[in-house]
Design a protein around this ligand. Sequence first.
Ligand SMILES: Nc1nc2c(ncn2[C@@H]2O[C@H](COP(=O)(O)OP(=O)(O)OP(=O)(O)O)[C@@H](O)[C@H]2O)c(=O)[nH]1
Ligand SMILES: [Mg+2]
Length: 375
Amino acid sequence: MSAASSRNGSPRELARLATAVENGAPVPASLPQGEGLIVGITGPPGAGKSTLVGALIDELRRREKRVAIIAVDPSSRSTGGAVLGDRIRMQRHHADPGVFIRSMATRGATGGLAKTSAALARLFRGAGFDFVILETVGVGQDEIDVTATADVTVVVLVPGMGDDVQAIKAGIMEIADVFAINKADRPGVDQTQREIEGMLSLSHPKPGQTAVPIFRTIATDGTGVPELLEYLLSCPRLARKAPAAVLGIDHLGLAVRSIEHSLAFYRDQLGLETTLRETVAQEKVHVAMLPLGDTRLELLEPADPTSTIARFLEKRGPGLHHVALRVADLASMANTLEASGIRLLAQPQKGAGGHLYVFLHPGDTGGVLWELIQD
Ligand SMILES: Nc1nc2c(ncn2[C@@H]2O[C@H](COP(=O)(O)OP(=O)(O)OP(=O)(O)O)[C@@H](O)[C@H]2O)c(=O)[nH]1
Ligand SMILES: [Mg+2]
């Protein structure tokens, strides 16, 4: 799917993509990075996070900003009712194409909640949303992991928590960029503010962090929400370095007529050890692996005269056959390469060790047979 169609694509198409990403599909590599701000909202159960998110949506829509919400329910919380409840509470925005809501429970998230919610956030930002809100319940390791994706994280507390503030202190200090004391219509706001200030005065600020502001909000009627939003809009986006696509050389593949004979050089002269001997049926080849620093030599001896390696030996003689690169995301890289006209010799497939691999057509790469590998 093209970047253009996803930016302007239908909510239905976006929903379909989001489901694919939740099930482990990569975010389409063709999607731009986007300029949107990713905001984490976390805090103890019932603090009013969803209500606050609703109030932020109202405020954002008044400013004609598009907003996507990912409501994450990490735990073990048994009912699943909260996620549904969130959906109902936010329902007044349901017909609004500028608002996209996705609820995510642990079930259905493959490869870790944090990873999946991060991928979803990237998807929505790439799809052109100005604001992506990650709402997550609690203040435990799950929430810390989930909000690590966020450019800025709001921790929502309520008056009268007393010892609870102490109890969740450790988690909070790590992630809070902003505090919201919600339910500020209730007694005990000053006390809670003093407790938070007390905690902040004891903690070491994160490097480069400015003072952590404390806002007072009444999410149910919107009091304090425009001020909170102004602050969020002034926050810098995290530096977004593209993740390294190529991690290193995994191995050099050497075509040999006989592994036994070759070892006279590699083992006896160079002192390399063989850690693996196997026959790969699908490639009709005997393989020996010899670790070498961060990489490996892979000796390839034909197991059958019709194998690719046998034909290579016939045509070119023994020698360097291919170079394998370790990559972070084989599927999306293969997509990108194909989209730019580089042919794959086959679709990515699973090797014997459970890794994914694919070969690129040497005619499209300047004569080198490159293999891409992902563990
Ligand atoms: N008095 C008062 N009640 C509020 C305020 N904000 C939210 N509430 C109420 O607090 C209750 C919980 O609100 P939610 O928004 O569901 O809280 P939550 O933090 O999302 O809850 P979970 O997702 O279950 O953790 C609801 O009954 C809200 O109406 C507020 O500012 N003042
Ligand atoms: Mg909620």
